[in-house]
Design a protein around this ligand. Sequence first.
Ligand SMILES: [Zn+2]
Length: 141
Amino acid sequence: MKSQYVIRELVKNEPLILLKDKRFNTLHPIKCSACDNKDNFSRRLFIVEVEPKNVTEDERQPILMDYLLHRYQIQSAFFKNSKKKNYIDTSICEKCHSTAIIYDIKFDSAMIDEIFKNMELGDDKKAEFFKKFEEKMTHFE
Ligand SMILES: [Zn+2]
């Protein structure tokens, strides 16, 4: 890993605070790709404290993934930001200890209301629209 990067794992209550940010946690672990466990995940969150400027996302992510794999044996990760800080979101399956976890977006009712705020649809139309929308969402691996 190039020395221009400084990554630190969040500790103590830092992960809890970050995960309370609904926008941050919208994309979250839903399934272990090794054992199909859907319920028990441990999150490991990292903050990218220092990194070079003028690096494209296409260049940046492989460098960080390579670091995570070699330093922490983490196979999949999601790159997020919150309040102008860059984070890496990873999970471990508590059943089989795999780190190849599938993430997806789950909308709660407040977010659905936000989406439909300016749309004049009846409740049954909303449900129908939302179902189709959710089916089209891609799963991230
Ligand atoms: Zn598993």
